[in-house]
Design a binder for this molecule. Structure first.
Ligand SMILES: CC(C)(COP(=O)(O)OP(=O)(O)OC[C@H]1O[C@@H](n2cnc3c(N)ncnc32)[C@H](O)[C@@H]1OP(=O)(O)O)[C@@H](O)C(=O)NCCC(=O)NCCS
Length: 397
């Protein structure tokens, strides 16, 4: 039997909400053993995040998938001792308490290092571990604003909008947390380097994607204002309405794609003047008007057939219902139906990226709070039934 890509990596996920636990979840998808530590009695906030069905979160099954939930309260001295015992047995700790909280509790990185010098610690915070904002609380939406991204979303003559109606900063930070953790594991285990900390903020992942606007202010002196699509770089570009009232997107990011569009639209006359992006961008209105009219006079299927044949990338603006019915999603197993105690089964996004030799697997949906206490405390820490019962009685687990 093939081994999972991350077999043998044990992660202690002491994080809450979305960003950092989501990062640990991605590692769990690829076979890392992720032990999720939660507050006794109440668990991770994400267990209660809406949307809800009959008061039960429908997000938790995907957010908590493949993890082993245990309970442990860090406020108690005994809880801290148990935490350090777990640190001894793990490769990685992923945490997202405010900067300084673990130190305040006496279980910061220095203390973890005393019991396990090889422990890799991944921190996710609003603003990072340094700088004047380091101690501030952070959530995705305000940190997206700090990243500059909210300023850019919407129409120039209207108030800014969030953009996608979801905490994008959290998910992007989660990806950076995985990237950083994987690099630290490679550096520690393959290059035999020192174990290190990974300092992820909620804003820097988004800011990293704004590279063209950084250059725009620096080199051109232009403070990028909001636009509904990424105009200024490509022409034509937009979200267009077809003759049968479907929304679709089209962009010619490269000159060959524009060449193909001229084929699809039977407009070879455009090529002498507009073959180069800089010439199209200097005079975008005639092209944008003609493309809008061309699309508006045909059905979506007609536009798609012509564009597919010519090699112009287009797509209908898909709703979740469209996605559920789409053969591409189906062929790639992009939606999984997973057994789940609360709802019988529940659909969730599949596992990405697709690894050809060791694809990930959803073994179970988000587990019940503390359902792996016995497994972890007995099998990993070697505790007896009496010791576990005692911790439970004293509300430490
Ligand atoms: C999310 C956030 C705003 C919450 O802030 P907060 O709860 O006020 O403060 P801390 O981060 O210091 O966390 C301490 C709290 O963790 C909770 N907690 C969670 N798991 C715990 C555990 N196993 N043991 C003890 N306390 C635990 C307790 O409620 C504790 O508060 P208390 O000591 O007052 O009882 C903050 O953690 C933060 O900014 N995190 C970084 C950014 C981030 O990841 N945000 C979420 C993005 S999805």
């Amino acid at each position: 039997m093939k081994r999972a890509a991350l077999e043998g990596v044990r992660v202690l996920d002491i994080a809450t909400v979305i960003a950092a636990p989501w990062a640990a979840g991605i590692m769990a998808d690829f076979g890392a053993e992720v032990i999720k530590v939660e507050m006794p009695g109440r668990g991770d906030t994400s267990r209660n995040l809406g949307p809800l069905k009959d008061g039960v979160s429908i997000r938790w099954p995907a957010l908590g998938r493949n993890k082993k939930s245990i309970t442990l309260d860090f406020h108690y001295e005994e809880g801290k001792k148990v935490f350090l015992e777990l640190v001894k047995k793990c490769d990685v700790v992923i945490e997202n308490f405010k900067t300084g909280t673990l130190d305040k509790w006496g279980i910061g990185v220095d203390v973890m290092r005393q019991v396990n010098p090889d422990i890799i610690v991944t921190h996710v915070t609003g603003y990072g571990q340094t700088g004047p904002n380091k101690n501030l609380a952070g959530l995705g939406m305000p940190l997206q604003a700090f990243s500059g991204m909210t300023y850019l979303c919407g129409y120039p003559d209207r108030p800014p909008v969030q953009g996608p109606p979801m905490p994008l900063a959290d998910y992007v930070a989660g990806l950076y947390a995985v990237i950083g953790t994987m690099m630290a594991l490679y550096h520690r285990d393959f290059l035999k380097g020192k174990a290190q900390e990974i300092d992820v903020s909620l804003y820097e992942g988004l800011f990293r994607m704004e590279e063209s606007f950084v250059a725009q202010l620096d080199i051109l002196g232009i403070n990028k204002e909001r636009t509904p699509v990424s105009s200024g770089a490509s022409c034509p570009i937009g979200i267009f309405k077809t003759g049968d009232n479907q929304w679709m997107t089209l962009v010619c990011s490269t000159n060959p794609v524009f060449d193909h569009l001229c084929d699809a639209m039977e407009r070879p006359d455009w090529l002498p003047k507009y073959a180069k992006a800089k010439d199209r961008l200097a005079d975008p209105t005639p092209i944008m008007d003609a493309v809008t009219k061309w699309i508006g006079e045909q059905t979506w299927e007609e536009v798609k057939a012509k564009c597919d044949k010519a090699g112009v990338p287009v797509c209908k603006v898909m709703s979740m219902k469209d996605i559920f019915e789409d053969p591409q999603y189906a062929a790639r197993n992009d939606i999984l139906e997973v057994p789940c105690e609360e709802f019988g089964t529940i659909k969730m996004p599949g596992i990405f990226p697709v690894l050809t030799e060791t694809p990930g697997e959803v073994k179970w949906a988000g587990p019940k709070l503390g359902s792996y206490n016995e497994d972890v405390y007995k099998n990993i820490l070697g505790m007896t039934d009496e010791e576990i019962a005692g911790l439970k009685e004293r509300k430490i687990i």
